[in-house]
Ligand binder design. Structure first.
Ligand SMILES: Cc1cc2nc3c(=O)[nH]c(=O)nc-3n(C[C@H](O)[C@H](O)[C@H](O)COP(=O)(O)OP(=O)(O)OC[C@H]3O[C@@H](n4cnc5c(N)ncnc54)[C@H](O)[C@@H]3O)c2cc1C
Ligand SMILES: NC(=O)c1ccc[n+]([C@@H]2O[C@H](COP(=O)([O-])OP(=O)(O)OC[C@H]3O[C@@H](n4cnc5c(N)ncnc54)[C@H](O)[C@@H]3O)[C@@H](O)[C@H]2O)c1
Length: 460
């Protein structure tokens, strides 16, 4: 048995612990079974945003006649070249991550699949390692639904879709959440005829007004088949036939050269040998954790997607920094406070949100007012000739706290940050009102939504 102070399984968010802890003098083993950097770098956030940015530009070019520009309105993305650039970039970064670890005197980087052989012992590549503290940061993988005929066909998940160099003429997307909408947007902007099978709603967890505006704009560029379930998939060597059925029993068959499955994720905890430990799992295979992200076994922590708390790179980063602080840098019994966790869906239109949706406030019986401003009613929105987009803020009636904010339209993910910052400082509507906004920058839409909320409060 080889002894370490710390073992980390997974080099995505796990990297937030490895080097900082080793720099403090702890002896660290970092185990990774695939490319360094995890999902975000290799097949998630980074490559997806690198293909979505050109897709967004296509939309801006297509809208340029509104602002009196004569441009080629059928711009073409050099798809193969773009994918090769993106793949080359992320592969280079990933390859660059290992050497500094290998050079570090207190880190042993091990490429291999880790399994638990006991509560504090790990088997990898025929070696047995032990540590007082083990961090499980194994992430998730795509969940593949049990649809007759699907298995064995060359369907894509995000992993393949972000490395595929041939732009298909047609693509069917099963699942209309984050991944389906983001990658569907990238492909449809590049010229693919994209059809979505939407079982319930597009981006179903968003605020209701955001969903309505999103559907209006998104359906201009993508075909939606709403209220349908997939019954059967067939593949004849070049074309997928997907049979779908709605709740009234009506059947349709869709055909396309490509099929993207984006129906959610499952945690990578099933091949971890957890049966050899006292680590408990929930019904979905996630590892429940306490306020210090500790599993049911003391000294064994679960961070990132696999603990089921949040599924973002920014949240696993936050967890890693928290763990470093409370376990190693300044030990304490502080419990994790995520605060107001923001999110964004990088599509056209772009969506960003933080805090509660209006439906959640109604369910909570909250007393609130809604401040609202459409982009087109601001000076910068007018300059851009915005034909969609708004800012919606939800304010507690009694103490004017910011309960939620939801933005759709250009720069939504950037615009949201001023509200995120205020929510972390327990800011109120007055804070949103009592500052000078650059005229005529887009955040004036946030100010005008705040003024609308102020006016609602006066009426009441
Ligand atoms: C297409 C896509 C786009 C996304 N876009 C965004 C975005 O824009 N913003 C955002 O915040 N989030 C985004 N996400 C989500 C984000 O990628 C994840 O939330 C984040 O990567 C989770 O980090 P993690 O460290 O928990 O897991 P991962 O990054 O998945 O890392 C887990 C690592 O553990 C390794 N591993 C697993 N089991 C073992 C084992 N037994 N032994 C050794 N190694 C093992 C895996 O190989 C992997 O490298 C996106 C995800 C996808 C799929
Ligand atoms: N911008 C970002 O931050 C970003 C981008 C991509 C992914 N992510 C993360 O990755 C996670 C996974 O994304 P995702 O899009 O796979 O999951 P998701 O939960 O966002 O969406 C899954 C969708 O698939 C549908 N679905 C499930 N089973 C189905 C079936 N059998 N037939 C038809 N539809 C079905 C669901 O109704 C839902 O709309 C997200 O939770 C998110 O946190 C984040």
């Amino acid at each position: 048995m080889e002894s370490f102070d710390i073992i980390i399984i997974g080099s995505g968010g796990g990297t937030k612990i490895a080097r900082p802890a080793a720099d403090l003098g702890f002896k660290v083993a970092m185990i990774e079974k695939e490319a360094m950097g995890g999902t975000c770098l290799n097949r998630g956030c980074i490559p997806s945003k690198m293909v979505i940015h050109p897709a967004d530009q296509i939309h801006h070019i297509k809208h340029s006649p509104k602002i009196n520009i004569d441009a080629d309105l059928n711009p073409q993305i050099r798809f193969k070249e773009m994918i090769e650039r993106v793949t080359g970039t992320v592969d280079n970064i990933s390859e660059g991550l290992a050497p500094p670890y290998e050079a570090h005197p207190d880190i042993e980087l091990i490429f291999g699949e880790a399994t638990f052989s006991g509560n504090h012992s790990i088997s990898v590549n025929g070696r047995e390692l032990s540590a007082e503290r083990i961090f499980i940061a194994v992430g998730t993988r795509p969940q593949i639904p049990n649809i007759p005929g699907l298995e064995g066909t060359p369907y894509m998940t995000n992993r393949e879709a972000l490395r595929n160099t041939e732009l298909p003429p047609r693509m069917i997307v099963i699942g209309a959440g984050y991944i389906g909408c983001e990658l569907g947007h990238a492909y449809s902007s590049a010229g693919t005829d994209v059809h979505f099978i939407v079982r319930s709603e597009l981006i179903r967890r968003e605020d209701r007004e955001i969903k309505a505006e999103f559907k209006k704009v998104f359906s201009e560029n993508n075909t939606l088949h709403e209220g349908y379930d997939v019954e059967q998939v067939e593949y004849d060597g070049s074309v997928f036939s997907v049979q779908i059925r709605n709740k009234d029993g009506a059947f349709q068959t869709l055909e396309a050269e490509a099929l993207l499955v984006a129906t959610g994720i499952v945690p990578n905890t099933d091949f971890l040998g957890l049966e050899n430990t006292d680590i408990q799992l929930d019904d979905h295979g996630f590892i429940p954790v306490d306020g210090q992200l500790q599993s049911s076994v003391p000294g064994v922590y679960a961070m990132g997607d696999c603990n089921g708390n949040y599924f973002f790179r920014h949240t696993v980063n936050w967890e890693g920094e928290f763990l470093m602080r409370v376990l190693f840098e300044d030990p304490s019994d502080e419990t994790i406070d995520y605060g107001a966790v923001p999110h964004a869906v990088f599509t056209y239109p772009q969506v960003a949100g933080v805090g509660k949706t209006e439906d959640e406030l109604i369910a909570d019986g909250a007393d609130y007012v809604r401040g609202f401003c459409r982009y087109e009613n601001t000076a910068m929105g007018m300059a851009r000739q915005a034909d969609h987009g708004f800012v919606k803020i939800l304010i507690g009636r009694k103490d004017k706290t910011i309960l939620g904010a939801h933005i759709i339209g250009d720069e939504a993910s950037n615009m949201l940050h001023m509200i995120v910052a205020l929510m972390y400082k327990n800011g109120t509507l007055d804070d949103l009102l009592n500052m000078i906004y650059i005229h005529p920058a887009l955040p004036e839409a946030v100010r005008d939504a705040a003024r609308d909320a102020r006016d609602q409060l006066k009426i009441a």
